[in-house]
Each structure stands twice: as C-alpha cells, then as structure tokens.
Design a protein around this ligand. Structure first.
Ligand code: DHB
Length: 391
C-alpha cells in the first residue's frame, strides 16, 4: 500500500505529527512496537511549556489540558538551608502546565482515532528501507500477524531514545554527541496529599530531590541515586527517610503515603546530527535525549514536530528533500539550547559522587547568584517556560 508519510513511533512526537499532517490534508501511517496499554502505563515527565499547551489545545487535540491540568506560575529552588521562588509570571509573563505525558499520549491517541487516523500499535518486525530513493518503504507485521509493505514519500523516525530508524543513517553521514552522568533518578508515585503548591527543585549535600505532583491524592517525587541502584531493594521507610532528609535540610517537610510505583530513570545527553538522511527524518528522542531536570524532553519532541509538519508540507508539495534540511537546522537550534539548559539545571542541582565541600558550596553560590538576581532568574524562567515553538 501507499501513504504520504510513514511514521515509526506512536508516542507524543509521532501522534502529534500525524495529527498536524492530517490537518494539512496529508495522510500518514503510524506504527509502534508497543501496545497502547504499555505506553499508557509508562510514567514520564509532567510539565508542559506554554506553547506545548497551546499546540494541544489550539489544534483540537485536548480540551482536557486546562481542565485537568494545573497552571504553575513558578518553581521553588531550595538550597543552603532555605527556599527561593522563581516567579515565572513576574519575570517573563509565562507559566507552565502540570499535565502528565501519559495524559498527553491518551489525548493524542483518542484524537487520531476520532479523526480516522491510521495508527497501529503492537506491531513487530519493523524495518525501513530505500531511504535514499524517492520511494522509501516501511515494512511491519501488524498485531494480527499480517505483513505489510507501505511505500511513502517520506519516513519519520519518532521511535524514541532506543530508535531503530536512527541507525539507518550511515555512520559517515551523521555525527553523534553523547554525555553520561554518574547518577540517575529514583522516581516514585505516592498516594499522599501535595506537600507544596509548586514544584521544589532541592539541592542538598546528600544529593538532589525533586518534589512534583500529579493530583490532589497522588504525588510524583524523584531523588538522585546511583545509576546501578535496585529500586526494588528500597522499603517505603527508607525512601521517605532519604527524601525527608534532603528536603528537610532546606526547611521543607513532605506529606507521606504508600508508594505505588518506583523506578530508576537513566540520565544522559545525546544528539544525532543532522536530523534527516535522504527521505528519512528523525524527531523527538530518536534524535536527541536530555537529562530530565527541567522537563524538556516531551516539550522538545512537540516543538520538533511542530516545525516538521510545516517542512513536510513543503516537501510533499515540491517533491524534494530541501525542506528536510531546513527542518534539521531549525530544530537543532532549539535542541542545543535545551541541551544546555538541561545540562545546566542538572549540574547546578546534583551532587557528584566525588564532590568536595568546595564543590557543594560553589553550587550554593551559583544558586544564590541565580535566585538573587533578576538577570539570573530571568534566564531560568525563560528557558523553563520555553522558547517560542514553530519558528
Ligand atoms: C517532572 C519531571 C521533571 O523532569 C521535571 O523537571 C519536573 C517535573 C514530573 O514528572 O512531574
């Protein structure tokens, strides 16, 4: 069979792209190795930039974001025995929205189903071929065991940080940038009331902790840990001791409850350039990964496909790949700014395993410089709430 755009990956990037293309009258087929249920049950980040909210609401994906989400006008940076608010509204006139990625996914999957989009979950044997020809092909076996071969004008790899599509670009045609970190996040969900109205990014000599939220009865929290940590080995009591001692150092106290989910999240920075080869384009985590501090991953993926939809519209109309180069250049400008911001937030707030007392006091000095100055906190507020999308 034939489609205009073949998309590998039905996460937020792939589904949003398919939705935006449909609005421009361009048809697509989206496939994913995972089942819909599997994706729905993978906990991810929870913060949307203002422009991500506008994209979801403005293009008719979700009316739920405003109703079920929660607007946040600032964050707390806790360090050195105290807590300091970064006031986004005051500094840059913007806010963020607490709305979990799993809900973004559900809204997008529902919207594609409502609009008659062709989305296949739970496929196997995925391969892409002929990417440097005018007629690249996507092959897969659907959930009923039927094999398919779909010819397309262009293919998009929106297949996440372990992307198969990314590997189709020959080594000589791409550059990979990578950075590892000697720590990870221990993430939990707890059935407890909120501990604070806004998110707390907590620096402490024992390491970083992030107090986020989900609902009035369910909370999301993270603390810096060893990448090799075994999440199952931790009792609820031990987790609460660790969290309380980290936030307690800065005067906060957490509401405790049963811990219903615990996972260790990997930490890395990664970019593959350029974000296309022949008629294959990469979007979202397939092309770049950021460490989670600052919640840029999902927002970057949405920003990618916002630009990609515009450029694919041109590419389909012209029948050539020039707009894909333009997409890669436009997307990468934002990607590298987000790489810097995520790296900066991470290194400012986490404690290196070999940190000396000097290193910890220097970080407190950096945090004091940021929170104590309008210039310093304005950069944080601007980057956190997000640079304009679709440009
Ligand atoms: C969440 C995750 C983040 O990485 C972050 O910086 C803020 C919030 C979250 O899951 O709620």
């Amino acid at each position: 069979s034939r489609t205009q755009i073949g998309i590998v990956g039905a996460g937020p990037a792939g589904l949003m792209l398919s939705h935006l293309l449909a609005r421009a009258g361009i048809d697509s087929v989206v496939i994913d190795l995972r089942s819909r249920r599997e994706i729905e049950q993978t906990h991810r980040a929870g913060i949307l930039e203002q422009d991500s909210v506008d994209l979801l609401v403005g293009t008719g994906v979700s009316a739920r974001v405003h109703r079920d989400g929660q607007r946040h006008d600032g964050i707390e940076l806790a360090f050195g025995g105290g807590s300091h608010r970064i006031d986004f509204q005051h500094l840059v006139g913007a806010s963020t929205q607490l709305y979990p990625q799993t809900d973004v996914f559900v809204d997008l999957a529902d919207a594609r189903e409502r609009d008659g989009g062709d989305v296949r979950f739970g496929v196997t044997d995925v391969s892409v071929d002929d990417i440097v020809s005018d007629s690249p092909v996507l092959r897969f076996t659907d959930a009923d065991g039927v094999g398919h071969e779909v010819r397309a004008d262009f293919l998009v790899g929106a297949d996440g940080s372990r992307s198969l599509c990314r590997r189709e670009v020959p080594e000589a045609a791409r550059t990979q940038y990578f950075r590892a970190y000697p720590f990870a996040w221990f993430g939990i969900l707890t059935e407890a009331p909120p501990s604070a109205p806004e998110l707390i990014y907590n620096h402490s000599p024992r390491g970083f902790a992030l107090i986020s939220r989900r609902t009035e009865t369910l909370q999301r929290m993270y603390f810096q840990c060893d990448p090799a940590e075994d999440a199952a080995a931790w009792s609820d009591d031990r987790i609460w001791d660790e969290l309380q001692s980290r936030v307690g150092a800065n005067g906060h106290r957490l509401e405790e409850g049963p811990i219903t989910s615990r996972t260790v999240l990997p930490f890395r920075s990664f970019v593959q350039e350029p974000m296309h080869h022949g008629r294959l384009v990469l979007a979202g985590d397939a092309a770049h990964t950021v460490p989670p501090t600052g919640a840029k991953g999902l927002n970057l993926a949405l920003a990618d496909v916002h630009v990609l939809a515009q450029e694919l519209e041109r590419a389909v109309a012209r029948g050539d790949t020039t707009p894909l180069t333009s997409y890669s250049e436009r997307a990468l400008r934002r990607v590298w700014k987000a790489q810097h911001f995520s790296y900066w937030m991470t290194t400012m707030l986490h404690t290196l395993p070999e940190a000396t007392p000097f290193d910890v006091r220097r970080q407190e000095g950096e945090l004091a410089a940021v929170t104590g100055s309008t210039a310093g906190s304005t950069y944080l507020a601007e980057a956190y709430t997000g640079w304009p999308q679709g440009r």
